[in-house]
Ligand binder design. Structure first.
Ligand SMILES: [Zn+2]
Length: 85
């Protein structure tokens, strides 16, 4: 039933399950990704209102790299700056 491409009305990305779990999501930029990455970067902010990717059972748990990379903090105290990643 959910094998045909869908477009999330909130996030404006298309999800094509036939492409496989790792790249079924296609962002408007053309980048392909997993539902987990879509959720981590977009859908969690949509608060689930009409979002087709709001169901946690439909995606895997997002990993660190699924979120936007944050700049590492740099500890300037001490003799040599230490980068905390
Ligand atoms: Zn969405």
């Amino acid at each position: 039933m959910a094998s045909s491409p869908q477009v999330c009305p909130i996030c404006q990305v298309s999800i094509d399950p036939s492409a496989g779990p790792a790249e079924e999501v296609r962002f408007s930029s053309g980048m392909q990704a997993s539902r987990a990455k879509l959720w981590a970067r977009v859908c969690q902010f949509a608060k689930g209102e009409g979002c087709i990717n709001a169901d946690a059972s439909q995606r895997s748990e997002p990993t660190k790299t699924d979120y936007f990379g944050e700049a590492p903090s740099i500890d300037m105290d001490g003799d040599s700056p230490k980068v905390n990643i």
